[in-house]
Design a protein. Structure first.
Length: 277
């Protein structure tokens, strides 16, 4: 491990769920380097183009560490996120309608917004009180933007706030854990007994676990290219939530594509979980 990187990591005392942002110790990128303490170790990454610094340092986690972080997360006040004028409701926006129709998404009743400036479909993140505290936006990939500094190459997903809350869609008592908001919305729109829960990140945080504890059962259904992460998340959750509430689904495709075999698999698992004992 690079000595400068090692020195930075050793100098940090992060609790689970906490993140540090600063200058990259390798490329010297200004404020492009993040370190996040998670249940699976300390993750580090530089977001500057051309810098390949990324990885994970194994760290031991005690139950007391996790409980302390979870209690702290619950005490953090969640202020509302006020959308700027260029983020508007979906009604009457042909851009949103075209996007829904292109992929034939069953999103008539899904709450969506549209970012006029960045051409994004925006999914609001609400807290336990129903207040919008964050949002995540999917770039439609249609327009070419020019920025003052040159060509603008937008990222696929953009997080509008700073919370660690997951995005949820649906009102069921069974949580289906997925990676992105589109997959969560598909779950919420197609399974009456389910709520799609998108973690919106690569790490399982105390906020996620505190939210998932509220459900009668949890199905971890991440993308097939994240099969190892599905198993890891399932094992971690079983160590924090009663094991008989947590299950894994092995998918052949991302749920947002609604492959018939995957949707039937989720439907079958849900039916089994909702049958009287």
């Amino acid at each position: 491990m690079n000595q400068a990187l090692s020195d930075v990591l050793l100098g940090l005392d992060l609790k689970i769920g906490e993140q540090h942002r600063g200058d990259c110790p390798v490329c010297s990128g200004r404020n492009t380097f993040t370190v996040t303490r998670t249940l699976v170790g300390t993750l580090f990454n530089c977001y500057k183009a051309g810098c390949s610094l990324a990885g994970r340092k194994e760290t031991s986690v005690k139950v007391s560490d996790f409980e302390e972080a979870r209690v702290a997360e619950k005490k953090i006040p969640s202020g509302p996120l006020v959308f700027p004028p260029h983020i508007v409701g979906k009604h009457g926006r042909t851009e949103v309608t075209e996007w829904i129709n292109k992929y034939d998404y069953p999103f008539d009743d899904v709450e969506l917004y549209y970012d006029l400036r960045e051409d994004r479909i925006v999914f609001p993140v609400r807290d336990q009180d129903g207040v919008i505290i964050d949002a995540t936006g999917r770039y439609r990939g249609i327009r070419d933007y020019k920025h003052l500094s040159g060509t603008y190459n937008p990222i696929k997903w953009k997080r509008y706030g700073t919370s660690s809350y997951p995005y949820t869609s649906g009102n069921g008592n069974i949580a289906v854990v997925v990676e992105d908001a589109i997959s969560a919305a598909v779950v919420g729109a197609t399974e009456d007994n389910c709520t799609g829960v998108a973690l919106l990140g690569t790490a399982l945080l105390p906020t996620h676990v505190a939210h998932l504890e509220c459900y009668t059962a949890i199905i971890v259904a991440l993308d097939p290219d994240a099969a190892n992460k599905t198993l890891k998340f399932t094992q971690e959750l079983r160590g924090l939530i009663p094991q008989n509430k947590v299950f894994a689904a092995r998918l052949r495709d991302d749920l947002k594509y609604r492959r018939k075999s995957d949707m039937l698999l989720i439907h079958k698992q849900v039916n089994e979980l909702t049958q009287p004992a």
